[in-house]
Design a binder for this molecule. Sequence first.
Ligand code: MRU
Length: 358
Amino acid sequence: MKVNNREYRTIWMDDQKVYMINQNLLPFRFEIFTVLDYRQLCRAIVMMTVRGAGAIGAAAGFAMALAFKEAEQTKKIDLPEIARKEIESTRPTAQNLFYATRRVYDAGLRSFRHAYDEAQQIADENAAEGRKIGEYGAELLSDGCRIETHCNAGWLGFVDYGTALSPVYLAHRSGKKCFVYVDETRPRGQGAKLTAWELQNEGVPHCIITDNAGAYLMSQGLIDIMIVGADRVAANGDVANKIGTFEKAIAAREFNIPLYVAVPASTFDMNCPSGSEIQIEERSTDEVLFQEGMTDHGEIIRVRISAPGSEAINPAFDITPARYITGLITEMGIIKPTEMEIHSLLVKAATGSNDIPC
Ligand code: MRU
């Protein structure tokens, strides 16, 4: 994706270092954050310097590769296993994190070079899958359509293109008029800060709405389709996504608005029978009690926005049951969120057979 006329990925690696767009500074500053070892990369995942299902997956793969490099240099043969545990404890809900550590760990048992190649491969696949999801999803978007999205499942949340926003980008580039209602997505504001910034970069008309405005806008006939991403999809089609998604799904059902979840095959977890078994990450309550923003003088500051002395809770994700989901937009086509369709998609992904029919 282009930022200031230069082509970027959200995260990338060379032989020595991993580089990422610092998502904590957006939309106020565009800076590249660099890490040298897997511990720093774990910290960047926890602090959400890099965030979003696919980007976390790529980061975890790169972290695993850095651990193999360190093990080779220091001759600490047990380091990759220790590192894998540390990486996997950073963000428990994101399935892509575990998918990537497993693949890179298995490859790294041969050599650091194999780990490195596998990590690069995961990042490349993620970018290519985003594009395919965009192609399939764009077919759902008619000229003039109005889309609501929650959180950020754009290219910042992946290596490139993204999932929920990729169909919008491809439809927009093909000349279709699209308008996006962006849920601000409290507490961290990924919609207001990241999705809005991405859409500006792409020149897509949009506006930011408060998290509680969705049902009202739907009732007024202003939303044609809702598209969101996912952090993990259970075998029965239940979906874990950013907190607030379930409420939107209930509202969308009330007003007969189709809800699509855009997701690569790597986000499916067939070892997880249903959404109730997905571990929901609890994050710091400071994210609820405080907000960060920029003053008119360009200073980034943090202010308390809640009654001093009151406590908060901060579950980062919720589960939307499969029955609320119209379809899953994948890199191999659009499927219904049923165990049978998910299973057959994954078999086709594993055997490398052709796209499934929509
Ligand atoms: O906590 P985050 O920002 O890493 O959350 C992940 C998300 O962005 C979403 O839940 C998203 O909608 C799907 S994955 C990009």
